[in-house]
Ligand binder design. Structure first.
Ligand SMILES: CC(C)(COP(=O)(O)OP(=O)(O)OC[C@H]1O[C@@H](n2cnc3c(N)ncnc32)[C@H](O)[C@@H]1OP(=O)(O)O)[C@@H](O)C(=O)NCCC(=O)NCCS
Length: 147
């Protein structure tokens, strides 16, 4: 099935928020997605026929794109969809004129780390106590890749 990528719209927020709660231990809220749309961040749904298979949110900065969220629905993971969505984001970021993509990831997020390493991201630093965690806070690994 060939995916298509369409801009996320306010009408999608219920479905995206529902998916987010199923996919993340510390999910974004509906307000986080709404704020991202209002701020003009790039936000896309991945669709196959009429069905949402995933989504992503990316912020534009001078020369850089900052990937904030990439998610594939649980039953559909590990079949190449995350890679395909990431390649779509690389293309989008290049159309913005970005020469580098940045992101943060939890050290314990094995699937996220593996996806990013597979696509040539490398660790460029850490942000201490960046994420909420079960007991206190968790550091973020900062990764980057040239575009
Ligand atoms: C991270 C995520 C987007 C990956 O999507 P996906 O569709 O499963 O990724 P792909 O099938 O394209 O996998 C690409 C490569 O990433 C690596 N990978 C992905 N999931 C993995 C896992 N659970 N364990 C080990 N490697 C994994 C593999 O190298 C894989 O290639 P391979 O299957 O040929 O070995 C998906 O697991 C997800 O939505 N997770 C929950 C949300 C999340 O953590 N997002 C990232 C931080 S915001």
């Amino acid at each position: 099935m060939i995916p298509c990528y369409v801009p996320m719209l306010p009408i999608d927020l219920d479905a995206v928020t529902d998916a987010e709660q199923r996919c993340h231990g510390f999910p974004w809220t509906r307000g986080n997605f709404a704020d991202s749309l209002a701020a003009g961040y790039g936000a896309w749904l991945a669709r196959e026929e009429a069905h949402m298979t995933g989504y992503a949110v990316m912020m534009r900065a001078p020369d850089e794109a900052h990937l904030l969220n990439i998610t594939i629905l649980p039953d559909l993971q590990r079949k190449g969809r995350g890679s395909a969505l990431l390649r779509h984001l690389f293309d989008q970021a290049r159309t913005w004129g970005a020469t580098r993509m940045l992101l943060e990831v939890r050290p314990g997020n094995a699937s996220g780390l593996a996806l990013y390493r597979r696509h040539d991201f490398s660790e460029i630093g850490r942000r201490r106590d960046y994420y909420p965690a079960g007991a206190g806070r968790e550091d973020a690994i900062v990764m980057a890749r040239a575009l």
